[in-house]
Design a protein around this ligand. Structure first.
Ligand code: GDP
Length: 534
């Protein structure tokens, strides 16, 4: 059954109308363009181009942002809310670059579905595949948008086959493209028997939609030239025979993805995709937590931090914790319990991100994302409740794949550097290890670009030039086991031991051989490549 508000009387209507999702794609496939069109049709912006223009004005503020611009990557993730017909969409932006996959992973723990954008000429690309795999770990429902159909693109069956085979998911066409490249006319809406015609002259205009009584309707011939019509009828008949039919339940379980064809830049196919998200996308889902799950319709408010962003406003050293509401109806000024510290927190100035402006969030429902400005109390993985000691689970921290030592250019500034590094560690931008020997820090990241970003941010935000040097270590593992066994291991391996920003013990490794040796010689301790954030 479809998750429409009418079909979910068990949920408060405000929750049933929420759709919280992220867009996953390979760089250049059209994620920014599609986001902009979503905001345009969601009434959050008046004119296409605004997102970028605003982004640019903001970016000029700093070198770091300059770097982001130069490289054409989006380093930070944020969330945007807008209404579309009866629905409230919360679109959570994911960083597109593979160097930031850990951040992306955590962002995907805060959404209920993903929209996968692929380029019609390129099909499934490397980054799409990686992000898809992350979605699959959680069986996230995925809706697919095949973009740039106004350009020469691949054969429709080829595209669908490639997704099916490469990603091992059933694909069902929601629309079917008519013509390719300069001959691209629009799509036949398979789900609603409509003809959607693209307007090439006005890029922000929504396509003309013509109701059609099936493929035999003579009206089709009035709009589609004979050679394209023959091909369309033949292909759609074949698709109906060979490809699986849309099964909403299978979509919700993440086993089937409906695919829409379109051209984001021409605003084409975007509304159909939005209707699809509303109709086939999931309502806010149950959240896994200890000692019990959290259901969205629970009266009491609960939420968890999936991202922390520091220094969003360089003038104020504030941090914003992005919180996904897991249950209840939040109102501004509420007092919530910060479960990790057991301390109460009055949430007096939460923000919601409407397009690229911040606004005070007077209220929020399960499914919404709010930003909570704070001075560092809130960390990734933290849970907020109305008192119950619940801890949201499933937000991992991964062992870094690259390590470098980090020193302040000015040795007198070591304390300063420690403060800066700890902050970035809490933000989740890097792993910071303090070795039990010598001075200095070891910084761990997933991709090399992160060192550069970190270096420029420390310099810019703390006025502290830093040096990264190669380290003899290549990876790190968290050490787990009985206290005594861990102590014995630590004492015998001091040259490899460090602590992370939470004070947890890690073992720094040079080669796989180090890990093998520990496993052989210390059967009582375990080396782990992940740690739950809490
Ligand atoms: P992102 O890297 O995934 O965010 O991609 P962008 O949205 O920045 O788009 C990458 C490039 O593709 C830009 O030059 C866009 O103008 C262009 N683009 C986006 N959508 C379309 C489309 O539907 N057709 C064509 N021809 N170009 C598009």
């Amino acid at each position: 059954m479809l998750d429409t508000p009418a079909n979910r009387p068990d949920l408060p209507p405000e929750i049933a109308r929420r759709r919280t999702f992220a867009i996953i794609s390979h760089p250049d496939a059209g994620k920014t363009t599609l986001t902009e069109k979503f905001l345009l049709f969601g009434g959050a912006i008046q004119m296409a181009g605004q997102v970028r223009a605003k982004g640019e004005a903001r970016r000029t503020r700093s070198d770091f942002m300059q770097m982001e611009k130069d490289r054409g990557i989006s380093v930070s993730a944020s969330a945007m809310s807008f209404d579309y017909s009866d629905f409230r969409f919360n679109l959570v932006d994911t960083p597109g670059h593979s160097d930031f996959s850990e951040d992306t992973y955590r962002t995907l723990t805060a959404v209920d579905a993903a929209v996968m954008v692929i380029d019609g000429a390129k099909g499934v690309e490397s980054q799409t595949r990686k992000l898809f795999e992350v979605c699959r770990l959680r069986d996230l429902p995925i809706l697919t948008f095949c973009n740039k159909m106004d350009r020469e693109s691949r054969d429709t069956f080829d595209i669908i086959d490639e997704i099916q085979e490469n990603l091992a998911i059933d694909v069902t066409p929601a629309s079917w493209p008519i013509g390719v490249g300069s001959e691209f006319l629009g799509c036949y809406d398979i789900l609603r028997d409509r003809l959607e015609l693209m307007d090439r002259k006005d890029r922000n205009k929504v396509a003309e939609s013509i109701r059609i009584a099936g493929l035999e309707d003579p009206k089709l011939a009035e709009h589609v030239p004979p050679h394209l019509l023959d091909k369309l009828v033949e292909e759609v008949e074949m698709a109906r025979e060979l490809l699986p039919k849309l099964d909403p339940q299978s979509v919700l379980e993440g086993h089937m993805t409906p695919i829409w064809f379109g051209s984001a830049i021409n605003s084409f196919g975007v509304k159909e995709l939005m209707d699809g998200i509303a109709t086939y996308g999931p309502v806010p889902q149950v959240q896994s937590a200890e000692p019990r799950q959290i259901a969205p319709e629970e009266k009491k408010v609960a939420g968890f931090v999936f991202k922390v962003q520091a220094n969003m406003d360089p003038k104020h050293r504030d941090r914003v914790a992005f919180v996904r509401m897991a249950s209840g109806h939040f109102e501004r000024g509420m007092k919530l319990t910060h479960v990790r510290s057991k301390k109460p927190m009055t949430i007096s100035n939460p923000v919601m991100f409407l397009a690229s402006d911040r606004e005070l969030a007077e209220e929020a429902w399960a499914g919404d994302i709010i930003g909570i400005p704070n001075h560092g109390q809130l960390r990734i993985g933290d849970t907020l409740t109305e008192g119950e000691a619940l801890r949201v689970t499933g937000i991992p921290s991964f062992a870094p794949e690259l390590l470098q030592s980090c020193r302040a250019g000015d040795p007198m500034k070591a304390k300063h550097l420690e403060k800066a590094l700890m902050q970035f560690a809490e933000e989740g931008a890097a792993k910071v290890f303090k070795p039990s020997f010598g001075s200095g820090f070891i910084v761990g990241v997933v991709g090399p670009l992160q060192f550069e970003v970190l270096g420029s941010r420390i310099e810019m935000e703390y006025g502290l030039p830093v040096r990264f040097d190669s380290s003899q270590f290549t990876s790190a593992r968290w050490v787990k086991g009985e206290r005594q066994a861990v102590d014995k291991f630590v004492n015998a391996n001091k040259q490899h031991i460090a602590t992370d920003h939470d004070g947890d013990v890690v073992y720094l490794t040079r080669l796989q051989w180090d890990i093998d040796r520990v496993e052989r010689d210390y059967p009582d301790v375990t080396l782990s490549a992940t740690k739950e954030m809490m």
